[in-house]
Design a protein around this ligand. Structure first.
Ligand SMILES: [Cu+2]
Length: 336
């Protein structure tokens, strides 16, 4: 009989329950499957943008106000995930896990509890799939990471090993949509024309550069510290992250895993809803000159040009992050 341990995650940052050693990132391997409890709320309100303005959003949250993006849920593949959602808003919200049949509606002004068996190991976007992408782009999304049973350094059972893993959840924000809801009420979300999307802010893990220079997004490692980056696109446009310093290997593409030879790419196309796991080898670049010594700094910028601005301003205050090869992070990423 399957034995389940009991773990609880009620608020953002309680990842300490999953804390592991160096590079294990919010993840300690267990000998038994667990029940992971997640409490979410649906909230509307203003979130800060990089240029000092704020954008009105609707999000899933582990707290009492908006949280952009929603909390990251980390579990392993035979866990039971038990979710409760409270929705004080005047609109229905939907919790759907992409690439799965998991889909639950929480009615306006009500709450819901449901359980699901964790899907196969991999990276998943959970999101509200109503209104042709409008609800998702308004902020109703987050990440579900499913680790393989019995491994803390692979993303699937025979995948490549990594020393450290990060999550980069990409999003694009149209503050005009938010202002419409702030002025007319959240029920106006159903009347927004998805084709009117005109994003002005472009984020990784809810932040634009240089606010991406924080331990969960700025990628660091010693030479040889193979690093897994779980890329997800919750936004409404195609993004093209370009990695400088090293090419990355495509490890998984929307649930399709490469255990053998893997494509090496410097630019990774990210269509809306895409989940792609890539491995950054953290190697000294083969053409490095002068010879690499100490910490080497490289950018990742998105090749969709408008994503490199904030509110129409200057490069690079958009979907842009730093990569440092040859320096261990001072605090381990939490997949938050
Ligand atoms: Cu480039």
């Amino acid at each position: 009989m399957k034995r389940r341990a009991f773990l609880q995650r009620t608020v953002r940052g309680s990842g300490v329950l999953f804390a592991g050693g160096l590079g294990l990132l919010s993840w300690a391997p267990r000998s038994v499957a667990a029940t992971i409890q997640v409490a979410l709320g649906v909230h509307a309100g203003y979130a800060p943008m990089v240029d000092g303005t704020s954008a009105y959003m609707v999000t899933f949250s582990g707290g009492s106000s908006v949280e952009f993006p929603g909390p990251t849920i980390v579990c392993r593949e035979d866990d039971l995930v038990s979710i409760s959602i409270q929705n004080p808003l005047s609109i229905n919200a939907v919790f759907h896990v992409g690439r799965t049949a998991i889909r639950h509606t929480v009615g306006a002004g009500s709450s819901v509890n449901f359980d699901f068996e964790a899907p196969p190991a991999g990276t998943y976007l959970y999101y509200d799939d109503q209104n042709s992408g409008v609800n998702r782009s308004m902020g109703l999304h987050g990440t579900l990471v499913v680790m393989p049973a019995g491994s803390d350094n692979r993303s699937f059972s025979d995948g490549p090993t990594f020393v450290r893993q990060y999550k980069w959840l990409l999003a694009s924000v149209d503050p005009a949509w938010g202002e419409h809801l702030a002025n007319s009420g959240v029920a106006a979300i159903g009347g927004i024309d998805p084709d009117s999307f005109s994003p002005r802010y472009f984020t990784i893990n809810g932040r634009s550069f240089d606010q991406t220079d924080e331990p969960n997004t700025h990628i660091k490692g010693l030479v040889g510290d193979a690093t897994l980056i779980r890329l997800l696109n919750a936004g409404g446009m195609v993004n093209s992250p370009h990695f400088h310093g090293n090419h990355v290997e495509i490890v998984s593409l929307n649930g399709s895993n490469s255990s053998g030879a893997r494509k090496k790419k410097d630019i990774v196309s990210m269509f809306p809803l895409d989940c792609r796991d890539v491995l950054l080898p953290m190697a000294t670049p083969p053409d490095a000159w002068p010879p690499a010594s100490g910490a080497q700094h490289f950018p990742m910028h998105c090749h969709a040009e408008m994503s490199q601005t904030a509110g129409g301003g200057f490069y690079p205050h958009g979907m842009h992050a730093s990569i440092t090869i040859g320096e261990a992070p001072t605090s381990e990423p939490q997949l938050d």
